[in-house]
Design a protein around this ligand. Structure first.
Ligand code: AR6
Length: 189
């Protein structure tokens, strides 16, 4: 299903070529990108949704790496992320970002969600990676309303892309047409 819809937000400024944001409707486990972002939980123990799908598709090496990371860091705070190899995914790394559980929107959710995107981009840029694919973090089991989440996600990525970095291609891989249409509307507004 990947690639059945696309919208793009190309930007350049000050002579420095900065990244493109693209929207794709589909399953992130089928996408090719230097970094694939997972919507993880702070225990890094896997779960349902895109987390379950990524672990199933990537294979056991990814959980084995998380098993080694966990004792060193305890847990991954909300808004932060950790990096593993990508197992069988068509990627160099998986960035496991922990989004906020939505509790009405007045509990710092937007800043924590924005931080997930910034941290993931920072970790990818630190590794000189060029392309990164995100799911819509927090909008499934964690209950973040899609329209609000899309606004935060796109603003956060646009903010990051204002600075020079290795990142050229940022894709949101949206599961289902409702998510795709919502992100398209927000991207073009
Ligand atoms: N490709 C792209 N997007 C997907 C896919 C997929 N294969 N599968 C689901 N989505 P969720 P969260 C979308 O619930 O809300 C897990 O148990 C989905 O439609 O995966 O951040 C973790 O372990 C939704 O729009 O993540 C955590 O405990 C978006 O991905 C918890 O869920 C995020 O939905 C994290 O909850």
């Amino acid at each position: 299903m990947a690639g059945c819809g696309e919208a793009a937000d190309g930007r350049s400024g000050g002579g420095w070529p900065i990244g493109f944001i693209r929207l794709v409707q589909g399953d992130i486990t089928t996408v090719e990108a230097d970094a694939i972002v997972n919507a993880a939980n702070s225990d890094l123990i896997g779960g349902g949704g895109v987390d379950g799908a990524i672990h199933r598709a990537a294979g056991p090496s990814v959980m084995a790496e998380l098993d080694a990371i966990r004792p060193k860091i305890g847990c991954c705070e909300t808004g932060k992320a950790v990096v593993t190899g990508a197992g069988r995914l068509n990627a160099k790394v998986i960035i496991h970002a922990v989004g906020p559980i939505y509790r009405g929107g007045a509990n710092g959710e937007a800043e924590l969600l924005a931080s997930c995107y910034r941290e993931s981009l920072r970790l990818a840029a630190e590794r000189s990676l060029r392309s990164i694919a995100f799911p819509s973090i927090s909008t499934g089991i964690y209950g973040y309303p899609m329209e609000e989440a899309a606004g935060v996600a796109i603003a956060s990525v646009r903010g990051f892309l204002q600075q020079p970095s290795s990142i050229e291609d940022v894709r949101f891989v949206l599961f289902g047409s409702a998510a795709y249409v919502t992100f398209s509307r927000v991207l073009s507004s």
